[in-house]
Ligand binder design. Structure first.
Ligand SMILES: Cc1cc2nc3c(=O)[nH]c(=O)nc-3n(C[C@H](O)[C@H](O)[C@H](O)COP(=O)(O)OP(=O)(O)OC[C@H]3O[C@@H](n4cnc5c(N)ncnc54)[C@H](O)[C@@H]3O)c2cc1C
Length: 441
């Protein structure tokens, strides 16, 4: 009897030890995979966060993996030796899904790192900058995400209304610069309060999300849209969100002045003077900057760049068919655009340097594959020098200039950051190194 018991215990013990051993080996293997990804990210310059990113409190993390599965971008976070770790942190777009899903509140959202600072304008709790009358809302102030920007757009206009406007009815109460989530919500709030206001956008309604070739949009919590109510869209699409915004604005008779870039904001007596690239000049008592952080697409400054066939973003690649396309740029946006056009068009990717650095590994693989299959041609060390109807001229390193048949040009040459624009308006900016914007209490 005793022998039987000992044997049973021994079997159970061996079984348990085997289970633990298999589990630990599995963990070790999974950790090794993530560690290899981290190493690759370091080599490719994607490990260091660019702006908003999660910071994990390793003492609190319980390896639930909730943050990893919540992140829609994939491979931003992974688990190493039982704890969450950053992988391709520079690809983080600041959804904050990891922050909201962590069951033990081990994640904070931080802007910049000890080594890499991020420029943030000065704003007080009323969203007013150091220039009285100039307010800032949305991602420009440091807080990303659609929901946050919508909340801030509304809160900023409520502050503006509380501060009051004074006299002169011939002057606009408010000019809202930018019609992304913050500018839309600010416009609705301005309407709610019966303000005499104007909203301008250098591009079209919708903001940053709409300039990226990805249809899925994630919102981790419902948001309150002024004059509409609760928006309960969690996993939605750009089209759905855009049509919601369009209909709410239309129902409230708000029209956004699109394709109008604000070039400068100056003081004209007691008022602000807002000047646009179309030569308009608007006088306003208050200005709300809801211009986001992506800036203005950089122009090449070459002849023909104002032709209609030239664009700085690609929205619906599936609608571009059988065209001769030149895509300019060496970043992920250029490569993603070129790849999305390559199967149904003749695409040439022009890049001024001799190799692509700092691109997502997934894009590198897809690019090599497309080049290998003859779907896409890349001209390194090349510069577009002239664009004309039906053609374009490319200068090649050591090989002179070539004239190419061309229907469309997409330019992804980075952007002019809003910093310069803010400085011109007198708004103070500070570089923040590892500034925590969201922490669980
Ligand atoms: C690839 C990607 C995916 C994302 N996915 C999500 C997601 O799924 N869910 C989510 O919640 N967040 C997402 N985000 C973050 C989200 O897009 C931003 O946090 C949000 O759009 C910020 O809103 P905003 O109104 O402050 O600025 P923006 O959306 O950047 O809008 C600013 C607007 O100002 C205009 N503007 C700029 N300068 C001027 C000027 N001088 N004159 C006139 N107009 C000007 C621009 O044209 C733009 O329309 C994503 C971001 C990226 C990059």
């Amino acid at each position: 009897m005793l022998v039987e018991q000992i044997v049973t215990y021994a079997i159970v013990l061996v079984f348990c030890a085997a289970v633990v051993f298999i589990y630990l080996r599995k963990l070790k293997k999974a950790s090794a995979v993530v560690e290899a990804k981290i190493e690759k990210a370091k080599q490719e310059g994607l490990y260091e966060p660019v702006s908003l990113h999660p910071v994990i409190d390793l003492g609190t993390c319980i390896q639930s993996g909730a943050c990893v599965s919540a992140c829609p971008e994939k491979d931003i976070l992974g688990i190493v030796n039982g704890r969450a770790a950053l992988i391709n942190a520079s690809n983080c777009v600041g959804h904050g899904a990891c922050f909201h899903n962590c069951p033990v509140e081990a994640i904070s959202l931080v802007i910049g790192t000890e080594k890499r600072g991020v420029d943030l304008p000065h704003v007080n709790q009323e969203f007013e900058s150091n220039i009285p009358g100039i307010y800032i809302a949305g991602e420009l102030g440091g807080m990303g995400l659609i929901k946050n920007s919508v909340e801030q757009g509304q809160a900023a206009v409520e502050s503006i209304v509380r501060a009051g406007f004074g006299g002169d009815a011939s002057v606009l109460d408010l000019v809202i610069v930018g019609a992304g989530p913050a500018g839309i919500s600010a416009s609705l709030t301005a309407k709610k309060h019966g303000l005499n206001f104007l909203t301008l956008d250098q591009d079209t309604l919708g903001g940053t999300v709409f300039s990226f070739p990805r249809s899925k949009i994630v919102m981790t919590a419902p948001m309150d849209l002024p004059l509409y109510g609760k928006v309960k869209l969690y996993d939605t699409s750009k089209t759905e969100l855009l049509s919601l915004w369009q209909s709410v604005l239309a129902n409230n008779n708000i029209s956004i002045r699109e394709n109008t870039k604000v070039e400068s904001i100056g003081k004209a007596g007691a008022h602000f003077c807002v000047q646009t690239n179309r030569g308009d000049e608007f006088k306003a008592k208050k200005v709300l900057l809801a211009i986001g952080r992506r800036g203005t697409p950089r122009k090449l400054g070459i002849p023909g760049e104002t032709l209609e066939k030239v664009a700085y973003r690609l929205l619906e690649p599936e609608h571009v068919q059988d065209k001769k396309v030149i895509v300019v740029g060496g970043g992920d946006s250029a490569i993603e655009a070129a790849l999305s056009l390559a199967s149904q068009n003749k695409v040439l990717l022009s890049y001024r340097s001799e190799a692509f650095s700092r691109i997502k590994p997934k894009n590198r693989d897809k690019l090599n594959d497309a080049i290998g299959r003859g779907k896409l041609e890349v001209k390194y060390k090349s510069n577009l020098v002239r664009i004309e109807a039906g053609k374009a001229v490319l200068a090649l390193d050591n090989a002179g200039q070539v004239e190419l048949e061309n229907d469309l040009v997409y330019i992804f040459a980075g952007g002019e950051l809003p910093t310069q624009f803010l400085e011109k308006a007198g708004v103070q900016i500070t570089k923040r190194f590892g500034y925590t914007v969201k922490k669980h209490r």
